[in-house]
Design a protein around this ligand. Structure first.
Ligand SMILES: [Zn+2]
Ligand SMILES: [Zn+2]
Length: 448
């Protein structure tokens, strides 16, 4: 295996260099490259696939701390007050963030209840708390080493924090409900709206590499200021080992595979273990469950004693009947089209990787990024259902009960998300030749 080291391209927006140049592996294509010294507010792009390797910020620690603290306060408001309330024939019913999971558990849908609770409350709250713990810990003279494991969780929890999708699910529920009964929006809804904005800002203002560098053990930090490339070959007995990039913090070292990363302590792996096999397994399981997810009812609606069962497609048809074409198109796309497109996309990625194709690698990497990003949006229907089940409980006059299709559908969404996360896009690039190195760049070729 030959590894070429070259400089990533940097788009600068300020004058004085701030960061130390260092080696980093691109998580999308596996290219090891030097991320040069960067001023605040600039981006380093992978020279092979254009992935963002680093985006430096003007206040990489203070601003995220302030924003996460605000997010914690908004969580308190969103978790304790009413999200939405509805009145039917003089009876009033209000729902909070926990009403949906509580009602789903009441009807025996424990799995669905746990999924909704984790994605709308536990995961986003845990992310905020982890982030605050790390940023507070960095203020200490000697930051505890446990901070590294806590910060690793901030990134792991990211795809499972779905407040913005929950908000869209609430909107669809609001539209469906307001067609038949008066609906009032509660203060928790506005807190959730603020929370989404603040969480996005907190993520955007954070430079994860700055946090990892601040948490680096002191002896290695001193070594790196003396010699930029010291961290790749400090130990003489490790000099012949191939470089390995850390999946968690991005640091490149010559540590052995299966040993802890010198910076973040997570186990080093050249590629995700059994990536192709696990991705196929998750994708096929999702494909099988897609059938009951669309044929079994996701909801049973009782109107004056008579029950109507509704599938996902039935829900879309109902929105069309109300004249809500854009919303019907959104739900159709998110719930019916996205899982299918995602499975087709994953199959293309898997087959092209297994056949060793080196064609259109950049396009296939973009396809991978899209597949990884869109899958979670299919949860709209599950969140909409959880709020309808919580709000519409007026006995035989009008009630909504969850159906078994919802459980299968939630499983499809989670399995396709796991499939995308199991796939290692670097495998696609492994058959390709390294890119030509820009003139005047310090390079270092190793035969391993
Ligand atoms: Zn790349
Ligand atoms: Zn690491």
């Amino acid at each position: 295996m030959r590894t070429t080291v070259a400089s990533a391209s940097v788009t600068e927006s300020a004058a004085a260099p701030m960061t130390t140049p260092k080696l980093q592996e691109c998580r999308d294509c596996g290219q090891v490259q030097v991320v040069p010294a960067m001023p605040p507010g600039s981006r380093a792009l992978c020279l092979r696939c254009d992935a963002v390797l680093r985006h430096t910020r003007h206040h990489p620690l203070v601003l995220p701390a302030a924003l996460n603290l605000s997010a914690l306060i908004l969580f308190g408001v969103a978790g304790t007050l009413t999200v939405m309330s509805v009145s039917v024939t003089g009876q009033h019913r209000a729902a909070s963030l926990f009403s949906g999971p509580a009602e789903l558990a009441y009807y025996g849908f424990w799995g669905l209840s746990v999924v909704v609770l984790i994605t709308t409350f536990a995961a986003p709250l845990a992310r905020v708390l982890c982030m605050l713990t790390v940023l507070a810990g960095l203020c200490m003279k000697r930051p505890p080493t446990e901070l590294r494991a806590i910060f690793a969780w901030v990134e792991r929890l990211r795809p499972w924090s779905m407040i913005e999708i929950y908000m869209l699910g609430l909107y669809v529920a609001y539209v469906r409900l307001s067609a038949v009964a008066p609906v009032d929006l509660g203060p928790a809804l506005y807190a959730l709206g603020g929370l989404i904005g603040i969480t996005v800002l907190a993520d955007v203002s954070l430079d994860p590499q700055a946090v990892w560098e601040a948490m680096q053990p002191p002896n290695r930090r001193r070594a790196r200021t003396r010699e930029v490339f010291l961290d790749i070959g400090a130990a003489s007995d490790a000099a012949d080992r191939p470089r390995i990039g850390c999946d968690t913090c991005g640091m490149v070292s010559r540590a052995a595979q299966g040993t802890p990363c010198p910076r973040c302590g997570c186990l080093l792996r050249d590629r995700k273990p059994k990536s192709i096999e696990r991705t196929w397994a998750y994708a096929l399981a999702a494909l099988i469950l897609y059938i009951p997810a669309n044929t079994y009812p996701v909801l049973t609606v009782i109107r004056f004693g008579a029950g109507t069962r509704s599938t996902i497609l039935g829900g879309v048809r109902e929105l069309i009947d109300y004249g809500m074409w854009p919303l019907a198109a959104l739900v159709f796309f998110a719930s019916i089209a996205v899982p299918v497109l995602k499975l087709i996309g994953l199959s293309i990625l898997l087959i092209s990787t297994q056949t060793g194709s080196v064609r259109r690698l950049r396009d296939r990497t973009i396809l991978y990024r899209i597949v990884d990003a869109i899958g979670r949006w299919s949860m709209i229907d599950i969140f909409m259902e959880s709020i309808l089940v919580a709000l519409v409980r007026f006995g035989t006059i009008r009630s909504v009960y969850p159906g078994p299709g919802a459980l299968a559908f939630a499983a499809v969404v989670i399995l396709t998300m796991l499939a995308a996360r199991s796939f290692d896009p670097r495998l696609m690039w492994d058959n390709a030749r390294p890119p030509p190195v820009p003139a005047g760049t310090r390079t270092d070729e190793i035969a391993a």
